[in-house]
Write a protein that binds this ligand. Structure first.
Ligand code: SF4
Length: 218
């Protein structure tokens, strides 16, 4: 029977395989924030197109988004699904930030817990999006949980795939070093593994975790 690999050892295996991943793709906190919302239920390819178009139209800034014509913004980001709804949410979110904090940077000066509460109070932002924004745009420690993380933790360790978001997040935050770069890279490693090996139909024979994975349900 396979002895469960300590979580930091699992990270090392992934890091040795994929190298250090410089995540998240995005040049500014605003771009990362917007990308985190656009990527919900969308491929990253479509998000890239939308971001590129926003830059072309000088629309990737709080001033434009907070006072934009929603239909015009929806047209600019039309490469992503649910573009009407996303344009609406983006406008509401950035108008709220401008009114209450004056800038994204000011809002990001909140500690991570109040920042998380504030983000979760905004329409269009759930746990994963809030934590992606906190970790990658604000540069504060919050471990991001996504479908890949749950799937991999289930197959490797046998944890319940329907585990509550906060419960799995607490597991990581209590068992790995409190290091911002580690938090950022670990999530990126899970995404890379999920995209390339631990897919719905996993490719185990070449997976870097092949020898240490329990392969539950595979
Ligand atoms: S060995 Fe297979 S089931 Fe385990 S993590 Fe890799 S791809 Fe997923």
């Amino acid at each position: 029977m396979i002895q469960d690999i300590p979580i930091e050892e699992l990270y090392k295996k992934l890091r040795n395989h994929f190298g250090f991943l410089d995540w998240w793709p995005g040049e500014t906190p605003t771009e990362i924030f917007v990308g985190a919302i656009l990527t919900q239920r969308n491929s990253w390819k479509n998000v890239e197109k939308a971001i590129k178009n926003m830059k072309k139209h000088n629309a990737l800034n709080i001033k434009y988004i907070s006072s934009c014509n929603e239909q015009a913004l929806s047209k600019i980001i039309k490469s992503v699904g649910f573009s009407n709804q996303k344009a609406k949410y983006l406008k509401q979110i950035f108008a709220d930030i401008l009114k209450n904090y004056g800038s994204l940077e000011n809002m990001f000066s909140l500690e991570s817990e109040p920042l998380r509460e504030k983000l979760l109070s905004m329409k269009g932002i759930g746990n994963e999006t809030a934590d992606s924004i906190i970790l990658y745009a604000a540069g504060k420690r919050k471990f991001v949980i996504d479908t890949y993380t749950k799937r991999i933790m289930h197959r490797v360790y046998g944890i319940d795939e329907n585990i509550k978001y906060e419960k799995l997040q607490t597991y990581f935050e209590s068992n790995i070093k409190k290091d911002l770069r580690l938090y950022k890279d670990f999530h990126a490693q899970f995404v890379e593994l999920g995209k390339n090996y631990c897919k719905t139909r996993p490719i185990c024979n070449t997976c870097p975790l092949d020898l240490v994975c329990r392969k539950i349900g595979v």
